[in-house]
Ligand binder design. Structure first.
Ligand code: ATP
Length: 224
């Protein structure tokens, strides 16, 4: 069964800590436009990007954690509402999202809404994540659409979603954690693997990543 994703602009939420994890190998306009869409749509003040050190569900990143972190810093520089949180890189080892959210919850206290953003592709893989059913005990999950990925869930994820889905986005403000909301934004079919492949083929990556990232990749001969 395909579950509908909300496309209308939702009500302002404003309150809450919003985090978006990723490998960012490299960060691209799909990540950045999604972050800006979330901020504008829900009127959150800030959104933190959390680059992982070692992804648990993908192969090793192509470039170092420091270089990926640097590219995130360059990518977010144009919008002061975006920030980077390097905790997973500083922690090193496999980057378990549950561990990160527990750390954040301890810092934020028990009342503040904590909202974890994931693209539809990541949400579909949720049942393979460590302690996935416990994620909602510490955070809400905001699932954003991604071209090429439909909300066509396997049965365990479908029942998890049905049990925890919010009736409206405003429910993400009423509790610190525990709800899932799906929202559709500007569809940008950009991926880091596409950017890496284009670099390997010596093709242009213009307009897929910010110019600063393009220059950084060229200057450090990354993704050859
Ligand atoms: P790769 O191609 O190497 O798998 P990626 O493009 O998926 O990488 P990640 O850094 O792994 O990039 O993604 C971090 C988060 O951003 C994930 O939750 C992912 O679903 C989401 N995301 C990435 N690209 C987009 C996009 N174009 N639109 C919406 N969400 C996206």
């Amino acid at each position: 069964m395909v579950t509908p994703v909300t496309t209308e602009v939702s009500q302002a939420l404003k309150k809450g800590t919003v985090v978006m994890g990723g490998t960012f190998d490299p960060i691209h306009h799909g990540h950045l436009r999604s972050a800006v869409d979330i901020l504008d749509c829900f009127q959150f003040e800030t959104l933190r990007l959390i680059p992982c050190f070692q992804p648990v569900h993908k192969g090793e990143p192509t470039v170092s954690a420091e270089q990926r972190l640097k590219m995130v810093e360059l990518g977010i520089a144009a919008d002061s509402r975006l920030s980077v949180d390097a905790r997973e890189i500083l922690r090193a080892g496999p980057s378990y999202t549950f561990e990160t959210l527990v750390e954040l919850r301890a810092e934020l206290g028990q009342e503040e809404p904590l909202i974890m953003v994931v693209g539809m592709d990541s949400f579909l893989s949720l049942p393979t994540w460590a302690r996935w059913q416990d994620l909602l005990s510490v955070a809400h999950i905001l699932v954003i659409s991604r071209p090429g990925w439909e909300p066509d869930f396997i049965s365990t994820l479908e029942s998890f979603y049905e049990k925890h889905r919010a009736e409206s986005a405003t429910e993400l403000q009423c509790a610190p954690a525990g709800k899932i909301w799906m929202q559709s934004f500007t569809p940008l079919a950009i991926s880091s693997s596409q950017v890496r492949n284009l670099c390997r083929e010596k093709a242009s990556i213009a307009y897929l990543v910010p110019e600063t990232i393009q220059r950084f990749i060229e200057a450090h001969s990354l993704y050859k």
